[in-house]
Each structure stands twice: as C-alpha cells, then as structure tokens.
Design a protein around this ligand. Structure first.
Ligand code: GLN
Length: 205
C-alpha cells in the first residue's frame, strides 16, 4: 500500500474525534494514507505514527499493559515512530506521574518523555476551561486549547523542548518525534497540530 499509516489507540477516550481530525489533516495536506483504530500489538507494529487520545490514563494504561500493546508502543517509539499524546496520552508517554491531590501514582506508563506529570493540575472536571495557547516553536502561534481535567508538566529534562505554557504551567512538550499536550486539539476546528503531526510522520517515512 502506498502512503502512511497512522493509528489512534482505541482503548478508551477521544478516539473518534482523533480519527476524524487526523483524516481531515491528511486530506487538507494532500497526504496519502490510512488512519485506523488500533488496539492490538499486531496492529501497532504496522504503524508509521500513533495518536494516543485523551481519556482516563489509568484505564488506557492498564488495559494496554494487559494486552501487550504498551510494550509494542515502547518498541515502536524506540525505533523512531512519531507519537502525538494529548492529555491522558501525554500522561501515558511520561516517565513519572503524580496526582495534584493524591500524590505519586503507580500507574502503567510508556516511560519515554523525560517529564514528571501532575494529573488534574488545573482542578477536576468542573474546572475545565478553554484558553489560547502559543506553540510558536512548531509554527503554530495561536491555538485554542481545550483543557479537561488537564495535566501539566512539573519537571522537564534537558532533552525535552517546552512548546507552551499557561499560568507558568507547561502544557505542551516535544522530545524527538514525540509530542505531548495537556489540552485536546481534536476538540477544536483547528487542524494545525494534527497537520504538524502528519508532516512529522511523513518526514520520518
Ligand atoms: N486526568 C485525566 C487522566 O488522568 C486526563 C484527562 C483527559 O484526558 N481529558 O487520565
């Protein structure tokens, strides 16, 4: 098959919205390829890029650990596959997570992004909000961020590039081909971030 293959991890969370945002981003860029829901290690092993959606990181992590996909994603990341992780997705990509109220969390993580995450950093569901964020370093000066029980990055290692902050809290990072955001780009009309990711996957190919 010609073109790239991007998967959206379909365990729980904003799967359909990410499928549709990635599909539209590819169509608008004129990039050929497929976007599909992926769950199993076999499906993941064929991918050129992966989106890990927002949702509940403990659920996505635990189920992916049980069926072996967490291990497969780690292998693919080690071989250079680009990943976009939004909200719960960024939590999963991190090395360490704590909850603002509960403290340190023992939950399955991909252990890649050299960051420590604070879950629910802006409060709980009722404290959800929207705010303009700037992702200047990746050519997106203005983006409407939708924050739902959003995490923030409290520690970032040297290899991590901070892409965006609000109220002094880090809300978007990049480390190599891996992008993490606290907010949900799939819930806005703006496809800029998904387009950036599609370009990253295409370049890598
Ligand atoms: N706080 C959620 C978590 O831990 C993430 C919220 C979201 O993805 N919208 O997993």
């Amino acid at each position: 098959m010609s073109g790239i293959s991007i998967g959206v991890l379909a365990v729980q969370g904003d799967v359909a919205e990410n499928i549709s945002a990635t599909r539209m981003a590819m169509d608008e860029l004129g990039v050929e390829g497929i976007v599909s829901e992926v769950k199993t290690p076999e499906q993941i092993s064929d991918l050129d890029g992966l989106v890990i959606p927002g949702g509940e990181s403990t659920v996505i992590g635990t189920l992916s650990l049980i069926n072996g996909s967490l291990k497969k994603i780690k292998e693919k990341i080690a071989s250079g596959m680009p990943v976009l992780g939004t909200c719960a997705g960024m939590i999963l990509l991190s090395k360490k997570a704590k909850d603002r109220v509960v403290g340190d969390m023992e939950q399955p993580l991909l252990d890649y992004l050299d960051i420590k995450i604070e879950r629910n950093a802006f409060g709980r569901q009722k404290n959800s909000f929207e705010a303009d964020v700037s992702l200047e370093k990746i050519g997106i000066p203005n983006f409407r961020g939708v924050f739902i029980r959003a995490p923030s990055v409290v520690d970032a290692g040297k290899t991590v590039e901070v892409l965006s902050k609000i109220d002094e809290k880090i809300v978007a990072v990049r480390q190599g081909n891996i992008i993490g955001t606290s907010f949900h780009p799939e819930l806005t009309e703006d496809l800029s971030l998904h387009k950036y990711f599609v370009n990253l996957v295409q370049k890598k190919n």
